[in-house]
Structures are given as C-alpha cells and as structure tokens.
Design a protein around this ligand. Structure first.
Ligand code: SAM
Ligand code: SF4
Ligand code: SF4
Length: 338
C-alpha cells in the first residue's frame, strides 16, 4: 500500500525551492522594501538536496519541480538538474524567465523536461510597475529561447489581479499561441507575503471564463488530470489554456504536493504555518532509512487543506500580517516556493 495522508492523498509531487532570493519584486509576492535572507550556510548544497530527493523518490514522489525565489539565481543549477534527472522523475522548473535565455540549452541538456515561466503582462509599463524592473523584453527572450530548445511542455503562469492586468487575458492567450506555450491563469492568492491582497482584487475562475467566452466563443472543459492544480479548457480555435482557482474553488482534496525550502524545511501545504526540519537530521548524520521513517510518519498525519480552510473565512485578508512575516521568513511564498 503506497504512502497516504489522513485524507487518503498520496505524495507524488515535490517542489524544491532552491533559493529564497529573487531578481524581481512582484507586488503580489514580494512587495516590501527589505527582506531577511536565509543565511548562506543554512542553504542546502546540491548534494544535500539530492540526498533528500532520493528519500522522497523512495517514498513515491514521481514529479520534482524546482522553484524559489528565482531558481536561476543558482548559477550551477544545471548540475542539480543532472543529479535529479538520474532519478527518472518528471523534472520541471518554475522561473520568472529573466535568466532563461542564457541557460535554456544547458538546462535541457542536463535533463529538465518542462518549464513554466511566470509572466503577468505584455505591457512594459505594467511589467515595471508590477516587478520593479524594466525587463519584459528579457523575459520574452527567455520564453522564446525555451521554445527553440524544445522542452516537453512550455507553460506561462499569469496571476490575474483585478484592475491591473485582467484586461490582458486575450492578449496573453494570443502571446502563448505565438510562442507555443500553454497559458495558465492563476487567481490571486492570499498566501504568506501577499501583504497587499484583498478579495476585491481577485478575479474568479468564473469571471475569467465568462470574459474569455464573450471575447473568443464557447469554451469546452478538457479532461482533468486528477491531482494537477490547473483545470484545462479548449477554445474554438483549439487553443488550450488552464485556470488555477486556488482562491475561489480550491482543489485540496486531490493535493499530492509538498514543498521543501532551500534550508531544508518541509511544508505539507502552501498555507501551513509549521514545517518539519529535515536539514538538521540530514546534517547530523541520519541514515536514509531514518529520513524515510520521518517523512513517512509525517505524511501519514497530514490533514492540511489550507485553501479550503481559507475559503470558509468570511472576512478574508492577507494570510500573515507583515510583523509575523518579519519574524519568520518561512511563511513567505518566495521562501517556500510557489
Ligand atoms: N520566481 C519564480 C517565478 O516567479 O516563476 C518561481 C517562484 S514564484 C513564488 C512561483 C509562482 O508563484 C509564480 O508563478 C508566481 O506568479 C506565483 N505567485 C506568487 N505569489 C502569488 C500570489 N499571491 N497569488 C498567486 N500566485 C502567486
Ligand atoms: Fe515574482 Fe517569482 Fe520573484 Fe515572487 S519569487 S517576486 S513571483 S519572480
Ligand atoms: Fe494542497 Fe494546501 Fe494548496 Fe490545498 S492549499 S491544494 S492542501 S498545498
């Protein structure tokens, strides 16, 4: 019998945040002036990540996604890719795309299967306002390079923020079509770090579908991969796209994901307040079998349904107040990895 949590959910997908640092400052993720970074000596080496990944794979993980912060900040990331690729897992990465053009070939050669690039707007002025940087062209170059390299899938993540970029849904789909990428619209989430979040700025899955149907014609739902976060749809012109409706229609009941931070804290839910320290046992000489027992017994006790719990709250605001984020940076989305 494979590993299951208290709600019968298996553990198939591990997201590894390889750094908490980032080259952008997206308003919905890192809106503050200053952040405390995880000290370098606390950050796991690639060998340590590899050893932990081995244990997770032994317990049934078949998909690994590298994320951050911005994963491409770690210059020798292809070396880690090559180590993970030997495990015969589905290997993916989420990036802001800024450094992708120069690394895409090396990453593909090292064994990266799938790439998701986050891009929320095609307008340079909005990009600057949203991210604090003037780098839209660089991100587009990154996406085009990834297209030329030919990953198994190329996706674009677009967080839809009401009153900011919700008039670009059709433009994003056209852009995705041009560069051979499937666009996934993400509802703005009240995760840790999103200190400016308010219900007013959430554009629901329902509203997105209505607007796209008005503009482009009837939308047909595509078959759903049980545990995948995105619901997929097809437009009359055959374009496929996804919606990740974590805020208004969460999908916790099929969630098979967990997250490992760059300093080895393991979180069983994006919204979890507490994590499990895997770095200490690893650095104190725990054997692979001991790590297996720790991870196995922890997963068996998992009952998290963070996004569904949030949905039940009537007066909803940011998940974590700024003061608490300053006390504990592990509550930040950019630390635990999106
Ligand atoms: N820096 C990389 C990037 O932006 O792709 C990887 C890390 S980022 C935290 C991963 C994903 O989380 C991105 O697609 C980003 O858009 C998404 N994200 C961050 N904050 C969010 C929020 N408040 N609501 C919804 N998605 C968010
Ligand atoms: Fe933006 Fe990703 Fe950096 Fe967050 S981690 S600020 S979403 S680029
Ligand atoms: Fe999974 Fe937690 Fe997200 Fe629900 S909120 S889908 S349990 S990570």
């Amino acid at each position: 019998m494979s590993l299951r949590d208290t709600l019968g959910r298996p553990h198939r997908s591990l997201r590894i945040s390889v750094t908490d640092r980032c080259t952008l400052r997206c308003r919905y993720c890192m809106p503050e002036e200053h952040y405390e970074w995880i000290p370098r000596e606390q950050v796991l080496t690639f060998e340590e990540i590899d050893r932990l990944a081995d244990v997770f794979v032994r317990l049934g993980v078949t998909k690994i996604r590298l994320t951050g912060g911005e994963p491409l900040i770690r210059r020798s990331l292809p070396d880690l890719m090559a180590m993970l690729a030997r495990k015969n897992v589905d290997l993916a990465m989420t990036t802001n795309g800024l450094l992708l053009a120069e690394r895409a070939v090396a990453l593909r050669e090292a064994g990266l299967d799938r790439v998701t690039v986050s891009l929320d707007t095609l307008r340079p002025d909005r990009f600057r306002l949203l991210t604090g940087r003037d780098s839209l062209d660089q991100v587009i170059e990154g996406i085009e390079s990834a297209q030329r390299v030919g990953f198994e899938t190329l996706k674009i993540n677009t967080v839809v923020v009401g009153g900011f970029n919700d008039d670009e849904l059709v433009d994003m789909l056209e852009f995705g079509r041009r560069v051979g990428a499937e666009v996934r619209f993400i509802e703005y989430m009240d995760v840790g770090g999103a200190t400016g979040w308010s219900t007013k700025q959430v554009v629901s899955r329902k509203t997105m579908l209505e607007r796209l149907a008005d503009a482009l014609g009837a939308i047909v739902p595509a078959a759903r991969d049980g545990s995948a976060p995105a619901e997929r749809f097809t437009l009359p012109n055959e374009t496929q796209f996804g919606i990740i409706s974590s805020t208004t229609a969460p999908f916790c009941s099929s969630c098979d994901r967990s997250r490992l931070t760059c300093d080895g804290m393991w979180y069983l839910c994006l919204y979890a307040k507490e994590g499990v320290d895997l770095k200490s046992p690893l650095r104190n000489g725990a054997s692979p079998d001991e790590l297996v027992s720790l991870i196995e017994s922890t997963w068996q006790q998992r009952a998290d349904r963070g996004a569904e719990d949030r949905l039940a709250i009537e007066q909803r605001g940011p998940l974590v107040p700024l003061a608490a984020l300053r006390e504990n940076s592990h509550l930040e989305m950019h630390t635990r990895g999106g």
